[in-house]
Design a protein around this ligand. Sequence first.
Ligand code: SF4
Length: 152
Amino acid sequence: MKQIEKQIEKQIEKKIIKLRPHHLLCTQGYSGKGYSDDFVVTMDKVTEKLRNDRNAQVEIVFSTDNLCKNCPSKVAEGICESDEKVIRFDNGVIKALDLKEGVYSYQELIARLDQYLISGDEDERLQEICGDCEWYPVSACWKNIKCRKYVF
Ligand code: SF4
């Protein structure tokens, strides 16, 4: 097993996973592609945990998180080179859920978020939040959310 995989597994075992708000969407849509090999390994491990553990808890942070940690776009703690875009995505999710920083059940959050998103006209509500994301046409975001694929 690669060193980075071991590190990520240890982090996941010990701690509640830190997630920035729009990563409640990415963790549902992720389809195995990402910004770099290390980022993909991180996404694989984190999504495996969140998609299979019905009791998984997440700490919502309005900043960089456990997924940003191995992303080439992370500039420094709390700073992403795409901040203009990703903070806008975060704000869309914060508004949809009236979200505050803190610890939550991942299941409870995605159940509420997906219900909000599927109550619009097709994917218009998701488009409003992150329709200009480069991964939107690549990943399975709307497809998975629409059928509530990861909601137990
Ligand atoms: S692009 Fe920015 S917000 Fe997205 S994972 Fe990378 S550092 Fe985090």
